[in-house]
Write a protein that binds this ligand. Sequence first.
Ligand code: ZN
Ligand code: ZN
Length: 151
Amino acid sequence: MGENRISQSLLKERGLKNTKHRTTILEFLKDIRQPVTAEQIYCNLKEKNISINLSTVYRTLETLSDKELILRHSVAGESKALFEYNNRIHKHYLICIGCKKILSVENCPLHEYEKILEKNTDFLITGHKLDVYGYCPECQKKGLAGSLSKD
Ligand SMILES: [Zn+2]
Ligand SMILES: [Zn+2]
C-alpha cells in the first residue's frame, strides 16, 4: 500500500494523472528490477487477474518512458524493446545475443579504472557506458553457444 503511494506521487510529480494501469505497471517494473518486454508485462498482469489489453500496456509504457519514470532499451537486431524501472542508479547491462534478454547489474567495477585513466591521460572523466554481450544460461542449455565454445 505504502509502495503504491510512492508510485502515485511519482506520477503526480511528472504531471501524469494517476491511473490504475500506470501505477500497476510502474509497481510491477519496480518489483522485478530487470528489463522486460511489453508482452512479458502483459502476461504477468494477466496471471494476476488484472484486466488490461496489450495496446494499453504499450501506450502506458510509452507515457512512462516519455517522462523518464522507466527506461526503454532496444537491442540491435531485435524489434521488441525492453522496459525497466528507472531507479537512477548507475548500472551496466548484460545482453544475451541468443534471446536478446537484458540483465542489469548494479555493481560497477570501473570507478577505480576511471581514476587510473584520469591520471594517465589528464582526461577529466565524467562517465562511461558499458554493455556486456554473451549467452544467458538458458541459451547455453539450448546449445546456442555450442559452436562458439568449441572454437
Ligand atoms: Zn539468452
Ligand atoms: Zn559503471
